[in-house]
Design a protein around this ligand. Structure first.
Ligand code: SAM
Ligand code: SF4
Length: 495
């Protein structure tokens, strides 16, 4: 992922406060060469209203997209709290309106643009409001964002959250964009949605070249974080009350390859080190790639007490011909071999997946193969997507783009198989007592509680327990998505 190049002039008003800029200065770099030019529409320097105002400042953040964005938004919340901002209940009462955006499919773009329209209206009513746009969409339109949306004050790519603080701390401001990945946000404070669940970002970017995917161009090449730093962060999470940690990356199981030889460990070893931390009772990760799902990682699910019995194994298509055009680097047989290995080492493991329907050139016979794999594997859950052509991806201009009604019709058939098989799979839990980490009240029935099993299944149940507590729940009924039951007792009382 590149910055916007050295030809851009620096705004004369932006104050670079961070140590990072200082480091660059010492390295002989000119920080201005990495920044976007000021927005022409707001080029006249003006005093930063958020800095000069003495009363409390407030922010509102809307998050779109994947868990990486959810994690980045928690960092934004933590960082803004440390700068003295309160979180506003709604956008119309916020001094700072932030969006953390996604660009994975066109639908994500259009949903966000509608929200941005509201921010424009709010800013016109109160011009000293600041509008900020971060994340993958911002990165993907970096060259046009200020021209297309002149009311945006600050734009930053994924992994650029610290730049937001720099922008807000400057005495005066003109619109700025920050798009070059510099460092992980591990040092930033965070405000977790649930205090007992935490994220650990282990890598950034992706070296794969899946022909449909915009991620490599928005998040750049893969960079792994140093294992020592990760373990310190995981220990700090545990000390802060986190019981369940989710390791995050675009391709988590290729972790380590970019590390220098003396510091390099593989993903299975990283899992073992996190498992050894006192207090971490559940470990999950997302997303792994089937090509890197090695036997040691699969065995770790059987051997490490904290590593949950759940593996997300994105299929994308059941047809080897389509997989080849997707540049997934595995075929149907190799994928099924991975599934067989998982079932051999961890028979009760929940397997979930991602599937794309209607990839360019997908024939009825190709699609039938996807249905066959979905039948055969019997996924515990699946995220299903209609193929969406993304700018500057190879698949967007491939021959054989399918009409939307064909994609929708295939999606309906796929959903029938996926949901039926998930319902059938969930039957194996009926009559069993499962460990559930309580998350809060049920969303559908206030009188019940809600939590998650180690298999990643949501459970609604009767009983009394506090969020963050582990309880044992006897499962009575299921749907394809959720289990229902009665709690026997908090586990602490059973010990
Ligand atoms: N790194 C993960 C992997 O390789 O499976 C995926 C990350 S991506 C954020 C999540 C999912 O979005 C992908 O697995 C894919 O199914 C879906 N996706 C990505 N690009 C897409 C596109 N252009 N159209 C439809 N679905 C897409
Ligand atoms: Fe995108 Fe995942 Fe492929 Fe990377 S591995 S290019 S994130 S789909």
């Amino acid at each position: 992922m590149g910055g916007v190049g050295g030809s851009l002039a620096r705004s004369g008003v932006l104050i670079f406060a961070s140590q990072l800029s200082e480091r660059r200065r010492l390295n002989g770099e000119n920080p201005s060469q990495r920044e976007r030019p000021p927005n022409p529409s707001t080029q006249t320097p003006h005093t930063n209203p958020l800095r000069s105002r003495s009363m409390a400042k407030s922010f509102h953040v809307t998050t779109f997209g994947c868990q990486m964005n959810v994690h980045d938004s928690e960092r934004m919340r933590g960082m803004l709290a440390s700068l003295g901002y309160d979180e506003a209940e709604s956008r119309d009462t916020a001094d700072l309106i932030l969006f953390n955006t996604c660009s994975i499919r066109e639908s994500a773009d259009s949903r966000f643009i509608a929200h941005l329209g509201e921010a424009k209206r709010l800013k016109s009513e109160q011009p000293e409001r600041i509008v900020g746009v971060g994340g993958c969409w911002a990165q993907s339109v970096k060259d046009e964002v200020f021209q297309r949306f002149p009311f945006v004050d600050v734009a930053f790519g994924p992994g650029q959250i610290h730049k937001l603080a720099e922008f807000l701390n400057s005495d005066s401001l003109s619109a700025q964009g920050y798009f070059e990945f510099e460092d992980f946000a591990g040092h930033l404070p965070t405000r977790r949605e649930r205090e007992f669940q935490g994220w650990l970002q282990i890598s950034q970017g992706c070296n794969c070249v899946c022909s449909y995917c915009i991620v490599p161009s928005t998040r750049g090449k893969e960079v792994s974080r140093d294992p020592g730093e990760l373990i310190l962060e995981a220990e700090a999470l545990a000390a802060d009350g986190v019981r369940e940690v989710t390791l995050l990356g675009q391709n988590v199981n290729s972790y380590g390859r970019s590390l220098p030889p003396g510091r390099r460990i593989g993903f299975a070893e990283l899992l073992a080190r996190v498992d050894a931390i006192d207090g971490i009772e559940r470990i999950r990760y997302t997303s792994p790639h089937p090509k890197d799902m090695s036997e040691d990682v699969i065995r770790a699910h059987a051997e490490l007490p904290a590593l949950c019995e759940q593996i997300h194994l994105p299929l994308q298509s059941g047809s080897s011909a389509v997989l080849k055009r997707m540049r997934r680097t595995y075929n149907r047989q190799r994928y099924m071999d991975r599934v067989a290995l998982i079932r051999e080492h961890v028979p009760d493991c929940a397997i979930t997946t991602d599937i794309i329907v209607g990839f360019p050139g997908e024939t009825e016979a190709d699609f039938a193969e996807t249905l066959e794999v979905a039948e055969e594997v019997g996924y515990d859950g699946a995220f299903t997507f209609v193929f969406s052509p993304r700018r500057e991806t190879e698949a967007a201009t491939m021959d054989g783009q399918l009409p939307h009604p064909v994609k929708v019709e295939r999606m309906e058939r796929l959903l029938e198989v996926v949901q039926r098989r998930a319902r059938e799979r969930a039957q194996r839990f009926v009559g069993r007592s499962l460990e559930v980490l309580v998350e809060g009240r049920s969303r559908t029935d206030e009188t019940k509680l809600r939590g998650r099993t180690r298999h990643g299944k949501a459970v609604n149940f009767e009983g009394a327990a506090a969020p963050g507590e582990f309880v044992e729940v006897e499962i009575e009924t299921t749907t394809s998505q959720t289990l229902s039951g009665v709690s026997v007792k908090p586990l602490s009382q059973l010990l």
